[in-house]
Ligand binder design. Structure first.
Ligand code: G4P
Length: 544
């Protein structure tokens, strides 16, 4: 090795970092996430025909019984990572399941993303699921881009949607494009930044076919006025309003998560999808500095490191495998190299690594910051674990978010207690369900918490199927969990019927409460009490 090599390596990693865009799409089910993802993949040449993603999901569903459960319910539990190249960029879409019950998984995926696309149905605006996911993006201060979909249907007024975003989410929405017509008269968009009208015709679902006519010029130029025809007056009036009263696009504010650039289009007909993709890629950030033990880790200047944000057990029943999804945060990941599993201090070889693309798995030889690799996991990884060649730091872990439903686990056969513990321990590592112990009831009763009750069905089914343990799950009346910070005296809830103090997997005290009101009352009575919605709120501080 010559002395010059590290510099060259750093430069080549820097080049790869700069061209990477890793993002997640957040939306409410049915807003069109699958359709949009499919279109982006089509434009990127990653698939040749629409239906490929749905097809892959269907094929994967056939792989095991519990996935059969998802199929029956018409939802997707497993999320995958999709990637493609477009105009010199390497795009990674961290796919997130859309069902509300699986949002814990989605939350974790957001920890691995560098930006998010908030997709909304033009007729519905900000829906519940989007609002929750948005809060996580806010906590992490990642940039959020808004795509208003289904403009080919009757929808709500753009200004109305903007004020809903501002009121409900507390972020300034700044339209980059403005729709020309809507519903069956949706003709195109006016690009405010480039000062030109983009008019679409044709458009065929399942392909990238669409005809786009660009008419350059300000809204008052005769060519644009003529091209917009009957819609000119309306668009002009809206643009004047936006220019006069709306916030101006400020990239620094976007990067800080204070402004969201807003786009309009129809994923189904391809109208506005490509202009969105191009603008998004130029505005969205590449992988940046991440904090690890208070140290700022520069993606290009440090050797390989990354963290596990998701673990999927038994993806393939025939192989009984577990895959740990690792987001590369710095340096070059090279297959076969060794690195340190920081939590245990053990040296591991990065031998079995795959890139997961829907159902297909592809061996990866190398990966760069922003990429996600699937590592075959012999059982050593936990969500949040750092793998790094330097071995001297770990990335701030992944917080547990407050579940909203709770059950008590009962096992009929006492002899099965060991299998139960093993099954639970392994399945909760996937992160969709949290495990708590209730030290005050009989021999450390087990309590599960999840974002929605469907997770419990999946858990019950998998415990029986994969670990041979039949359990009864009885609902508990609690609706939220809070982690006390600093000094905490559990005695203050000793006589409370409505709040129970349990312990999480790491032994930290957690309050399970029946309602917000119970906690408000406790907070009023005990001035030193600080409650957090996540196990470790400091994880969100100081991220750049
Ligand atoms: P999701 O992943 O967010 O749950 O949504 P998905 O893409 O599956 O879309 C939900 C439904 O909305 C689908 O209709 C889809 O075709 C439709 N859709 C998506 N984007 C647009 C759009 O821009 N305009 C219009 N008009 N519809 C859109 P479906 O009838 O449920 O399914 P399918 O039979 O079309 O597959």
């Amino acid at each position: 090795m010559t002395a010059l090599e590290p510099v060259t390596e750093e430069r080549s990693v820097a080049r790869e970092v700069e061209r990477r865009r890793s993002f997640a799409i957040i939306s409410h089910p049915d807003a069109g996430k699958t359709t949009l993802t499919e279109k982006l993949l089509l434009y990127g040449g990653a698939i040749r025909q629409a239906g490929a993603i749905r097809g892959q999901r269907a094929a994967r569903h056939a792989t095991s019984d519990w996935l059969e459960l998802e199929r029956q319910r018409g939802i997707s539990v497993s999320s995958s990572v999709l990637h493609f190249d477009y105009a010199g960029y390497r795009v990674n879409i961290l796919d997130t399941p859309g069902h509300r019950d699986f949002s814990e998984d989605t939350y974790r995926t957001l920890m691995a993303a560098d930006s998010a696309v908030m997709l909304m149905d033009a007729s519905k605006g900000v829906e519940e699921q989007t609002r929750k996911l948005f809060q996580v993006c806010r906590l992490r201060r990642i940039p959020i881009f808004t795509f208003v979909n289904k403009m080919d249907r009757f929808g709500r007024d753009g200004l109305d949607l903007m004020s809903e975003i501002e009121d409900l989410l507390g972020i300034d929405a700044v339209p980059v494009s403005w729709p020309i017509g809507s519903g069956k008269d949706f003709r195109g968009v006016y690009d405010r930044l480039a000062q030109r009208a983009l008019l679409f015709s044709g458009g065929e679902h399942g392909t990238t076919r669409v005809t786009q006519r660009d008419v350059e010029g300000g809204i008052d130029t005769p060519a644009v006025a003529e091209a917009l025809g009957e819609f000119h007056g309306d668009v002009r009036e809206h643009l004047e309003l936006l220019d006069g009263a709306g916030a101006e696009l400020d990239l620094a504010a976007v990067r800080a998560g204070r402004q969201t650039p807003m786009f309009f289009g129809s994923a189904l007909t391809n109208y506005g999808v490509l202009p969105f993709l191009e603008r998004f890629l130029s505005m969205a950030p590449h992988p940046g500095v991440r904090l690890a033990d208070g140290e700022r880790i520069d993606p290009a200047a440090r050797p390989f490191s990354g963290f596990v944000f998701k673990i999927q057990a038994n993806m393939d029943r025939d192989h009984r495998d577990r895959i740990a999804f690792l987001r590369v945060c710095s340096g070059r990941f090279v297959k076969g190299d060794s690195a340190v599993h920081v939590r245990t201090g053990k040296k591991i070889r990065l031998a079995n690594s795959t890139l997961i693309m829907g159902k297909d798995r592809q061996e990866v030889e190398e990966a760069y910051p922003g990429d996600v690799v699937g590592l075959f996991d012999p059982g050593v990884f936990r969500i949040g674990d750092t793998v790094s060649q330097e071995g001297s730091f770990s990335y701030s872990g992944i917080p547990s978010f407050s579940p909203e439903c709770f059950v008590r686990v009962e096992v009929a056969a006492v002899l099965k207690r060991k299998s139960l513990e093993k099954g639970l321990e392994q399945l909760v590592q996937e992160g969709a369900v949290q495990l708590f112990r209730d030290p005050h009831s009989d021999s450390a009763a087990l309590v599960l918490g999840a974002m929605g009750p469907l997770q419990f069905d999946v858990m019950k089914h998998r415990l029986a199927d994969e670990y041979g343990v039949n359990v009864d799950l009885s609902p508990l009346p609690f609706k939220l969990a809070r982690w006390p910070q600093g000094d905490f005296d559990p005695e203050i809830f000793r006589y409370s019927e409505r709040v129970r103090v349990v312990a999480d997997r790491d032994g930290r005290p957690v309050l399970l409460a029946q309602g917000r009101w119970d906690l408000d009352r406790a907070l009023q009575r005990h001035s030193g009490l600080i409650l957090s919605e996540t196990a470790d709120p400091s994880l969100f501080e100081n991220e750049s």
